[in-house]
Write a protein that binds this ligand. Structure first.
Ligand code: 5GP
Ligand code: ZN
Length: 137
């Protein structure tokens, strides 16, 4: 894709700090460095997001993400990681080329804020919701 930032990184037209590379997958430091070592794992081929990545490539990408997360713990002495895939604008996706954020965590008071605010589940028909999702799997 001509105007995609991550395709430009894959082609070497925009520089990056490479963490890992093979024929199909590239991992490099995120420019924001939300926490030190914040890494993006991408497929070299352009897919707009998670919803469109073929299963075999997704398996390879998540496997590299796991290795990066393990190395953040071993080499940067992170205490844990958040693995995040934002899918579409509503979920915070700003670059429309599939990527996995691998974010090392050193403290729960660092720059990353993730909050799961509970819903009032008594007002929700959870069996119907589960069935609806199940129907299209
Ligand atoms: P999203 O919000 O789409 O899940 O994440 C996109 C990420 O790409 C952001 O965290 C942003 O900092 C990162 N990013 C955007 N442009 C560049 C760039 O040119 N180089 C690098 N290394 N990261 C970028
Ligand atoms: Zn792209």
């Amino acid at each position: 894709m001509d105007n995609c930032i991550f395709c430009k990184i894959v082609r070497g037209e925009i520089p990056c700090y490479k963490v890992y590379e093979d024929d199909e997958i590239l991992a490099f430091l995120d420019i924001s460095q939300t926490t030190l070592g914040h890494t993006l794992v991408i497929t070299k081929e352009h897919f707009d997001n998670f919803l469109f990545v073929p299963k075999d490539l997704l398996t390879k990408a998540i496997s590299v993400a796991q290795r990066v997360a393990q190395s953040q713990v071993a080499s940067l002495h992170a205490s844990g990681n958040n693995i995040i895939i934002n899918t579409n604008e509503v979920a915070g996706q700003t670059v429309m080329h599939f990527h996995i954020h691998v974010i090392p965590r050193y403290s729960s008071n660092d720059n990353l804020r993730l909050e799961f605010t509970p819903n009032a589940i008594e007002k929700l028909n959870l069996p119907a919701v589960a069935n609806k999702i199940n129907k299209n799997l």
